[in-house]
Write a protein that binds this ligand. Structure first.
Ligand code: 13P
Ligand code: SF4
Length: 316
C-alpha cells in the first residue's frame, strides 16, 4: 500500500510537470481509481472530456478503443495508453471488411456501431453509440431498419427498449426484419446468468439488481435497473435501498462499495475484465515518464471515424 501511494504521488507530480490529464474508466481498480485520474467516468463521459481538453497529453487509464477515441476526437494531443495490449473482446470481434459486407447486403440501412470498436470500423459507420445513449440514438434515426454492431446482447437490449425489430446477419430470420445485429460478446458480461440473480434474491429478498446492458437480455430483463457504468454508479448512490447485486466487472463493484460504505454490495469478485486489468499504477508511471504507448490513427480513417463520433455527440 505504501509503495502504491508513493507511485501515485509521483504520477500526480509528473502529470503537472508534463501538462497531462489522466482519464480513468470506472473499471480501474480502487487504488488507481481513487488516486490519480483527473476525471473518472464511462466511455461517453470520458470521450467528451478527451474531446475538450487542452492538456498536452491525455493518459488513458482504460482500454485501447477508448484511447483511440480520444485521439480521433482530439488529434493535436499526445494520447498515451499505459499498456501495450489492453484490448476488448467486442472491439476484436469485427473488422471494417465485415461492416462493408453488411452495408452491401443491406444497402441504405443505417449502421450504428458501439464505441467499443476500432477506428477503421468506426470509419465505416453512420453513427456511434455507447451504453448510455444507444437506445436514444437508435430511436432518433429516421429509419425502422438499423444495423447494430458488434454486441449481440446490447443490440437485443436496444431492440427491446426501442421496439425496433431484429435480424441476425447471415442467419435465420426471426420474423422481425428491421434491425441487424452482429454476434460479438463482451467476455465479462457474457458470464452473468439469471441464476445469479435468483440466488441473490433467494438469500436476500431485498436485493436490488443492477446490470450493464452488455449482459444477456434475460439478465437485463430480470434486473431492477440497467445502465452505463456511470448510470449504475449514480443509481446506487441515489437509491434508498440497502443491498445491491452489481452485475458488471468486479473492480467497479469495489469502487461503488467504497463510495457507499453504508450499503451492502453483492458482487462476483472473479469477474474482472482482463484488458482493464492490464492498466496498473506502475505502468501508468512508466507511460508518463517515457511517453508511451502513443496512439496513432491514420488521418483518412480518423476523419471518417470522427464523423460517426461527432454525430453521436450531437444526438446524445
Ligand atoms: P460504459 O460506457 O458503460 O462505461 O461501458 C464500457 C465498457 O467497456 C463496459 O464493459
Ligand atoms: Fe470490453 Fe467487456 Fe472489458 Fe468492457 S468489460 S472492455 S466490453 S471486454
Amino acid at each position: 500500500l505504501v509503495i502504491k501511494a508513493e507511485i501515485a504521488y509521483e504520477i500526480n507530480r509528473l502529470k503537472r510537470e508534463k501538462n497531462a490529464v489522466i482519464l480513468g474508466h470506472n473499471y480501474m481498480e480502487p487504488a488507481l481509481f481513487y488516486s490519480i485520474p483527473d476525471h473518472v467516468g464511462d466511455s461517453l463521459g470520458l470521450a467528451r472530456i478527451a474531446a475538450e481538453t487542452d492538456a498536452e497529453r491525455i493518459v488513458f487509464c482504460g482500454v485501447r478503443f477508448m484511447a483511440e477515441t480520444a485521439k480521433i476526437l482530439n488529434p493535436e494531443r499526445m494520447v498515451l495508453l499505459p499498456a501495450r495490449v489492453a484490448g476488448c473482446s467486442l472491439a476484436e470481434s469485427i473488422t471494417a471488411e465485415d461492416v462493408k459486407k453488411l452495408k452491401e447486403k443491406y444497402p441504405g440501412v443505417p449502421v450504428v456501431t458501439y464505441i467499443n470498436t476500432y477506428a477503421d470500423v468506426k470509419a465505416e459507420t453512420d453513427v456511434c453509440c455507447t451504453s448510455s445513449n444507444a437506445a436514444d440514438i437508435v430511436r432518433k434515426l429516421d429509419s425502422d431498419s438499423v444495423i447494430c454492431l458488434p454486441d449481440e446482447f446490447l443490440a437485443k437490449n436496444i431492440a427491446r427498449e426501442t421496439g425496433k425489430n431484429v435480424i441476425y446477419p447471415g442467419s435465420e430470420r426471426t420474423g422481425n426484419d428491421d434491425m441487424v445485429i452482429w454476434d460479438g460478446r463482451c467476455e465479462v458480461h457474457d458470464k452473468f446468468t439469471v441464476e445469479d440473480i435468483e440466488n441473490a434474491r433467494r438469500q436476500f429478498p431485498d436485493t436490488v439488481v443492477v446490470a450493464h446492458p452488455e449482459c444477456p437480455p434475460e439478465v437485463v430483463q430480470a434486473a431492477d435497473y440497467s445502465g452505463s457504468t456511470t448510470a449504475m454508479t449514480r443509481f446506487v448512490r441515489e437509491s434508498d435501498a440497502e443491498r445491491f447485486l452489481i452485475l458488471t466487472e468486479c473492480a467497479m463493484g469495489d469502487n461503488i462499495a467504497a463510495e457507499n460504505p453504508e450499503k451492502e454490495m453483492l458482487r462476483m469478485c472473479s469477474i474482472r475484465c482482463p484488458h482493464m486489468n492490464e492498466i496498473t499504477l506502475q505502468d501508468t508511471l512508466v507511460s508518463l515518464r517515457e511517453d508511451k504507448y502513443q496512439i496513432e490513427v491514420p488521418e483518412d480513417i480518423r476523419l471518417r471515424a470522427k464523423r460517426s463520433l461527432d454525430r453521436m455527440l450531437e444526438l446524445s
